[in-house]
Design a protein around this ligand. Structure first.
Ligand code: COA
Length: 184
C-alpha cells in the first residue's frame, strides 16, 4: 500500500507522553504554552501568534488536514499535567514520512521530543510502504539537530536555500537533512 493512503493511529503513548489529535478547546492551552513565544517560534516557519484566535485557526487547519488525510498533527501531553505542551506533524508521501515538531520552552531539556519523535518514526518505518523517515532543521538549530540524532536519524547533508524561517530572515535558509530508513 502506498504510504500516502495509510491512516496513522489516533493515539500513541510513550513512557512519559500521550500523542493525540488536536481539539478545538486546545487553543487557550497552546497559546499559553508556546504559540505566542518568540523564542519557541525562532526557527519555525510561522511567526509568534498575537491572539488566541490565530492559534484557534491553526488548530482548525490541523483538524481539517487530519480529516482529509493530508497531514497528521499530534499534540503532546504529559498524562498527569494539564494541557498540551507541544506538537509533532507527520506527513505521508509515496514511500516516506516527514516530521516537524515544537515544544513549549518550559518543557525543553528533558528529552521529551526525542521520545515522541522516536515513537512516530518507529510507527512509520513499521509500515510496509514507508522506507524513509525524514526531518530537517535550520543549520543554526542545534537543539533540533540533536532531537533527530537522538531519535535515531542520520545526517544526510545540507539542503541549500531550502526553507523560509521568517523570524530570522525573509529569504530561504540552508537546512540540515536527517533520515532513518527501514534498514537502520
Ligand atoms: C528542538 C526542541 C524540540 C528540542 O526538544 P527537547 O525535548 O528539549 O529535546 P532534548 O531535551 O533532547 O534537548 C535537545 C537539545 O536541546 C538543547 N537544549 C536543551 N535544553 C535547552 C534549554 N533549556 N535551552 C536551550 N536549548 C536547550 C540542547 O542542545 C539539547 O541537546 P543535548 O541533549 O545534546 O544537550 C525544542 O528545543 C523546541 O521546541 N525548540 C523550538 C522549536 C523548534 O526549533 N522546533 C524544531 C524545528 S526544526
Amino acid at each position: 500500500m502506498a504510504a500516502a493512503s495509510l491512516t496513522p493511529p489516533p493515539r500513541l503513548t510513550t513512557t512519559r507522553l500521550v500523542l493525540r489529535p488536536a481539539r478545538p478547546d486546545d487553543a487557550e492551552g497552546l497559546f499559553a504554552a508556546y504559540t505566542a513565544d518568540p523564542e519557541v517560534a525562532r526557527f519555525m516557519t510561522w511567526r509568534p501568534h498575537r491572539t488566541v484566535e490565530e492559534t484557534r485557526d491553526y488548530l482548525s487547519a490541523c483538524m481539517d488536514r487530519w480529516a482529509a488525510g493530508t497531514g497528521f498533527t499530534y499534540l503532546l501531553e504529559e498524562p498527569d499535567q494539564a494541557g498540551p505542551i507541544g506538537a509533532i506533524d507527520l506527513r505521508l508521501h509515496e514511500m516516506s514520512a516527514d516530521f516537524g515538531y515544537v515544544l513549549a520552552h518550559a518543557a525543553w531539556g528533558r528529552g521529551l521530543m526525542p521520545e515522541a519523535l522516536r515513537a512516530l518514526v518507529d510507527w512509520a518505518l513499521a509500515q510496509p510502504g514507508i522506507w524513509r523517515a525524514v526531518a530537517t532543521c535550520d543549520v543554526e538549530n542545534r537543539a533540533s539537530a540533536r532531537v533527530m540524532e537522538k531519535a535515531g536519524m542520520r545526517f544526510e547533508g545540507v539542503l541549500r536555500r531550502h526553507t523560509i524561517h521568517p523570524n530570522l530572515q525573509p529569504e530561504p535558509r540552508d537546512c540540515r537533512l536527517y533520515a532513518r530508513v527501514k534498514d537502520d
